[in-house]
Design a protein around this ligand. Sequence first.
Ligand SMILES: [Fe+2]
Length: 338
Amino acid sequence: MYCYEGEIGMKSILVVDDVATNLRMMEAVLKDSYKLTLVKSGEQALKFLSKNNVDLILMDLIMPEMDGFETYRRIRGNGKDEHVPVIFFTADKAVEQEAEGLRLGAMDFIRKPIVPEVMLRRIERILELEDLQKDLEYKVEEKTKQVKQLMFETITAIAGTIDAKDPYTKGHSERVAEYSVKIAKELGMDEKRVNELSYIALLHDIGKVGIPDAILLKPDRLTDEEYATMKTHTSIGAKVLESLNSIQHIEYGALYHHERYDGRGYPNGLQGEEIPLYGRIIAAADALDAMTSNRAYRKHLPKERVLEEIANGKGTQFDPVVTDALLSLIEREEIVIE
Ligand SMILES: [Fe+2]
């Protein structure tokens, strides 16, 4: 194995060929422009790649023991080099081999006898393409992050306008989202769904825009009629969110956060797992925030009472599995109750 360190910033190339004269020729053509490593067999190539990274691989197809295709398959399967471009050397008129190589995902072929100028141009072009692709991927990733951030901020702001109406519910939606996320993670939900749930939870009370302030902000007990109106914030919310198609199930929080596991909730009196999991989680998070924040008509409950209320609600108001997750989070002080 021969290595040329090259200069800082140079791209690195691994050449695999069993014929010494070929390797020497590659060496002469490439050593001034690239960090270069030359090896004589597929085994040596795999060994080198297990400890080093390269930008491009040039490989002979016909080699004793492990041929180019077999080496290629193993490189692709090593868990880190599945995207490194590979160029094969082939004998002239090896059309079938070229077809097979392209099918496997090879970037290009260089026919023997090698014309140095042609080889250099092909290498340059492929490395340029790789750079462009990486740059594009980076830009797409950045844009995606920005869009996600914008969406999160917008939804948080919308949720905030609902909570801002009443000084006692300030920050309620954000806290419900925070608790919901913690419960979901405790239940082992994957990142994508946890993210989706956080938006859904933030918007669970959006239907309160349709409730008259006289009812929404009334400090005294609501009359039966007023309470019936208040309850409609669930279905109003679902209606408002109906047109938001970019987040799946966006209406689940609004629609299901007052359903109860035993079927005695509203608006539809659904029971157990008829209530979507997102709804069951948000219902518990919402109840926890109601117990732990001050309201116009009462101060928040002390911690022991909160734990008692949650435990009592297991299987009646709350999903038992969600209840256990919430209780462990409080026990481990990942959700802190003052
Ligand atoms: Fe609500």
